[in-house]
Unconditional design. Sequence first.
Length: 247
Amino acid sequence: MRFTLDTNCLIDAEEGRPNASFIRDLVSRHGKNGITVAISSIGASERQRAAGYAQSFSEFQAKLKAIGFEGLEHIPPLAYWNICFFDPCIMADENDTLERDIHNVLFPNIEFMWVDYAKAHGLAADSLDKIWRNAKCDVLTVWCHIKHGGGVFVTSDSNFHATAKLEKLKALGVGTIAYLKMHYGCPTIYEEDGATIAVAQTGGQRGRRRKKHRRRTLWGTLRIFLTVRTKLATFFSSLQRGIVFNG
């Protein structure tokens, strides 16, 4: 099974956000039990924590090493002048409309081409607006995911989980768009509709957790039954005493 982490997953891990432990657990399963965890190299072109942009791809690699993600698979994005580092990129196919299709789903109110965006917003053609750049990076992240095998796209970005966009993205080949959450002590991938995709547990682990969960459920049900039975017995006993007394 393939998983692609979006840039927000890297930020979660880097800043120690609530999702960090779940993401790290998934990353630790890379290369085990048929699981591959990948990241798009377009992440090197995203705005960094220091509010600036990396000056080289090696800076991005150093960040990944610092958070323990250096062993993940890198998937190359389309090359864009003044945005991407060209070593980890591939050239565009003029007949490939996937990038524009993804953009139209995710950012219907943002112009696809920079020159059109700059003209519409009164910006210099040789500048680069961060809103347009961030949108382009998001689009290229999804493009990478689809072009390099698809599978499960893991993101906490609400824009990807918007109900109106989910089916359209799936129709383009994105596969499953999911988020991470702890479930009975196991980091678990959740789809938007609540379906779960177990994360690399062995059959024994799954069995033990299921048995433990069943024991808890059965014990809880038994306790409720005994409590209700006791209360009903007390009620009927009181009722019977009242009838005898009044008689």
